[in-house]
Design a protein around this ligand. Structure first.
Ligand code: SER
Length: 310
C-alpha cells in the first residue's frame, strides 16, 4: 500500500485530487500539505514550504511516504508579475522532489505541466505532442524546463515521474489563482451572483479546456498505468474540449437570457494568443486509454448543478 503526499493540496487541482484519492487510500496513508496554516479538508495536513528540501525530506521520511503529487506552482498570468519568484518556486520545488526520487526516498511522482509550454511557433490546431515550443511566459518556460528535467531524471536515474500537460481546468469548488484560463471559472461565479461578467480575453479566443473530473481521472489513470506502457517520459498532451468566452456565454444565455458579458482584453490576451486552440492527445489515448467524459455542454450543465445555480 502506497503512502501518499499531495504538495499544494489547497489549490484548484489539489483540493479535488485529495477527495478522489481519499476514496481509495486509508485516512492514515494520505497526507496533504500546502503553504497555508490549515487545510479546508478533514484529512491529515501539515504546512510545508516546497522550497525547503530539508523539510520535505524530513516529512517524507517521518511519514514513510512513497508517492508524491507535486502541484505547487505560480500560474501564467500571476507569474509575469514576478518572473524570478515564479522561476524559483516552480523549478526549485520540482528539483527537490526529483532529487528525493533520485535518492529512491520516493518511488513515484506526479507533476503537472501545461499548454503554456507551447508558443507562437507551435502549430495552433490539434497541436501535437512534438512541435516547436517557445513559451512566452515564465510559467511556460519553467514548465517546459521541468518537463525536460522529468525526462532526464526518468531516463538517467530510472525515476518514475509522470506528467500531464493540462489545458485550462474548469472546476466548481476551488478557483484557480492567476492563470490565463481563469475566465472559464470566473464567468460561472458572475452568472451565479446575477452580475455581468467583464472578460479579459476577446470573445472568440479559443483555448483547450478540461473539466475537473476529467483532469482528476486523467491523473489517477496515468498513475495507475504500468510504467512500461508510458512512451512519453516528459509530459503527455491531454485535452477535454476547446471553447471561447463567447461559446460559454452563449450556453449561459440559454439558461438566463439577461446574462451579459463585456469584453476588454488585457495582457492575458497575448498569452492566450500564443497557446494552442486545440490539442492532439493521441499518445495519452494509445498508452493509457485516456478518454474525456465532458464536452462544453456537459461541463456547463455540471457547473450549474454543482454551484447550485437555479
Ligand atoms: N490554467 C493555466 C494558466 O492559465 C494553464 O496551465 O496559467
Amino acid at each position: 500500500m502506497s503512502r501518499v503526499l499531495i504538495v499544494g493540496s489547497e489549490g484548484q487541482i489539489g483540493s479535488q485530487l485529495s477527495k478522489e484519492l481519499s476514496k481509495e487510500i486509508d485516512f492514515d496513508n494520505l497526507f496533504l500539505s500546502d503553504i497555508c496554516d490549515e487545510s479546508k479538508s478533514d484529512l491529515k495536513y501539515f504546512r510545508l514550504d516546497a522550497l525547503s528540501y530539508d523539510d520535505l525530506k524530513k516529512n517524507i521520511l517521518d511519514n514513510d511516504i512513497s508517492e508524491v503529487y507535486h502541484l505547487a506552482a505560480i500560474l501564467s498570468a500571476k507569474g509575469e508579475k514576478d518572473p524570478m519568484l515564479t522561476w524559483n518556486l516552480n523549478m526549485n520545488s520540482l528539483f527537490n522532489i526529483l532529487n528525493l526520487a533520485k535518492e529512491k526516498i520516493i518511488k513515484k511522482v506526479f507533476w503537472p505541466s501545461s499548454i503554456a509550454v507551447f508558443g507562437d511557433h507551435s502549430s495552433k490546431n490539434n497541436t501535437p505532442q512534438f512541435t516547436d515550443k517557445e513559451p512566452i511566459t515564465v510559467y511556460g518556460i519553467s514548465k517546459l524546463a521541468g518537463e525536460n528535467w522529468c525526462k532526464y531524471y526518468n531516463e538517467r536515474y530510472g525515476t518514475d515521474v509522470r506528467s500531464l500537460r493540462f489545458p485550462g481546468v474548469i472546476s466548481y469548488n476551488t478557483l484557480p489563482g492567476g492563470g490565463t484560463t481563469d475566465y472559464a471559472n470566473d464567468i460561472f461565479h458572475s452568472f451565479k451572483s446575477g452580475k455581468n461578467y467583464n472578460c479579459y480575453l476577446k470573445e472568440n479566443t479559443i483555448l483547450p479546456m478540461i473539466y475537473i473530473d476529467d483532469a482528476i481521472n486523467g491523473i489517477v489513470k496515468l498513475m495507475e498505468s504500468p510504467k512500461d506502457n508510458l512512451r512519453i517520459k516528459s509530459s503527455y498532451n491531454i485535452s477535454g474540449f476547446s471553447t471561447s468566452p463567447k461559446m460559454i456565454a452563449e450556453e449561459l444565455k440559454n439558461i438566463n437570457k439577461e446574462f451579459k458579458v463585456e469584453y476588454k482584453s488585457d495582457f492575458r490576451q497575448i498569452i492566450a494568443d500564443s497557446w494552442p486552440n486545440s490539442i492532439k492527445d493521441k499518445y495519452a489515448r494509445e498508452d493509457w486509454d485516456w478518454k474525456e467524459n465532458f464536452d462544453l455542454k456537459k461541463t456547463v450543465k455540471e457547473m450549474i448543478s454543482k454551484l447550485n445555480i437555479r
